[in-house]
Design a protein around this ligand. Structure first.
Ligand SMILES: Cc1ncc(COP(=O)(O)O)c(C=O)c1O
Length: 430
């Protein structure tokens, strides 16, 4: 099977026919992935932020099984169903008050496409055709579809691979004031001046609240987000908050924007929405934005085949129930304290530039790029699954991880980074 995989199946951002085999997962339970040879390793990544309750969770399994017996899929054009209605009600209840319109889609990238369409159509339907740009941020990441790519970091994102093809947007400097650091207005100066100069052409600002994820795992000051909101209001520009990675507790708040006490005009959620069971995302907006979109008889121009898939909505309902009835705040606070205490030790290593943590996110930034060929087998040897990128070794475990399991994970991070330091020193000597 591994040979077939290598020859025929493409994996994310990877060469076809790669030099090393994929890691084969046979099953998963709790925080453990079971490999081909029966070895069980702790998933330090929550399958890219999504598996917040761990794997193979009884109540989520039951929600899926029950829904399969009723209807696993039905088109959403002209039809509706209970799982979607219940999920919309819940999302409206737990997000900020003005957000009371929900568009379901099948992945985070599509949720971002829908958010961009809402923003452009909002102005266009009302007769303003000048607003054709989005103001985004360096080091941002919003997905891999064309609209989403056009608002990802212009250097480390995918712009160079699609030179001349992507829609050209405007970029402000990445938020540079770290979370908890002393704030001053110079941090917002670049954003403020780009907005002031270009607001007539800008339909919306898009930003990942508090944590810039796949663009660099940067954790920034809530004051920055507050200033972004204030300036969007001043220049009458919509604000899109992309909570796809940060939503549902990961940063210690249910939604990361709560750290800054701001609200969005358009909000994207995904990933952990179904507890990582299946692909589902949503774009929420306000009555005001929808009235603008629908001015002069227009409608929002989007409608995926699997929109509001009942199976995914049922599992999402069960996942939200499980999360909201759990002591999630306390759990994440405990994880954050432990990550802080245990990962800080990595700063002893000269290869480590910085350790930062927020909620159930721990980041060890190195002074040089990682080598996955070296690190992946080393992590598996240590009994954990960690997938670094660029110069970042980061973990964001399922919220149900125990204290002992988390210590196992952080110790593995320290050991592997230390071995990597020795390995790079040795290869430089050679
Ligand atoms: C902040 C953010 N937005 C959007 C996306 C895209 O989501 P998906 O991979 O489900 O398309 C991601 C994925 O990592 C993300 O982190």
């Amino acid at each position: 099977m591994l040979e077939y995989d290598r020859e025929h199946i493409l994996h994310p951002y990877a060469p076809s026919n790669p030099s090393s085999d994929m890691t084969f997962v046979k099953s998963a339970k709790g925080v453990y992935l079971e490999l081909e040879d029966g070895k069980k390793i702790i998933d330090g990544m929550s399958s890219w932020w999504s598996v917040i309750h761990g794997y193979n969770v009884e109540s989520l399994n039951n929600a899926a099984i029950e829904q399969i017996g009723k209807v696993s899929h039905v088109m959403f054009g002209g039809i509706t169903h209970e799982p979607a209605i219940k999920l919309a009600q819940k999302l409206i209840e737990i997000t900020d008050k003005p957000l009371d319109r929900v568009f379901f889609s099948d992945s985070g990238s599509v949720a971002v496409e829908v958010a961009l369409k809402m923003a452009f159509q909002y102005w266009n339907s009302q007769g303003n055709s000048e607003k054709t740009k989005i103001l985004a941020f360096s080091k941002g990441y919003h997905g891999d579809t064309f609209g989403a790519m056009s608002v990802c970091d212009p250097v480390t994102g995918m712009h160079s691979a699609f030179e001349g093809i992507l829609h050209k947007n405007i970029f402000a400097d990445a938020p540079a004031c770290p979370y908890g650091a002393k704030w001053d207005e110079t941090y917002i100066a670049d954003f403020a001046s780009k907005l002031e100069k270009n607001y007539k052409a800008i339909a919306a600002v898009i930003i990942e609240p508090i944590v810039q994820g796949a663009g660099g795992m940067r954790i920034y000051s809530p004051e920055f987000l507050k200033s972004v909101r204030t300036l969007c209001d001043k220049y009458d520009v919509l604000l899109i908050l992309d909570e796809i990675a940060t939503g549902f507790g990961r940063t210690g708040k249910l939604f990361a924007y709560e750290h800054a006490n701001v609200s969005a005009d358009i909000l994207c959620v995904g990933k952990a929405l179904t507890g990582g069971y299946m692909s589902l995302a949503a774009t929420l907006t306000t009555q005001k934005v929808m009235q603008g979109v629908e001015a002069n008889g227009n409608v929002l121009m989007h409608g995926p085949t699997f929109m509001a898939n009942p199976l995914a909505c049922s599992v999402a309902n069960a996942s939200l129930e499980l999360l909201l009835n759990s002591p999630w705040e306390e759990r994440i606070h405990t994880i954050q304290t432990q990550l802080n205490e245990e990962l800080t030790k990595c700063e002893e290593l000269s290869i480590v530039k910085e350790v930062r943590t927020l909620g159930a996110i721990g980041v060890v930034e190195l002074n040089e790029a990682v080598d996955l060929g070296f690190m992946t087998p080393e992590f598996i040897k240590e009994g954990v699954w960690v997938r670094p990128f660029l110069n970042l070794v980061y973990i964001m475990p399922p919220f149900v991880i125990t204290q002992e399991e988390l210590t196992h994970l952080t110790t593995a991070v320290f050991n592997v980074v230390k071995r990597y330091q020795n390995h790079t020193t040795d290869s430089k000597k050679v």
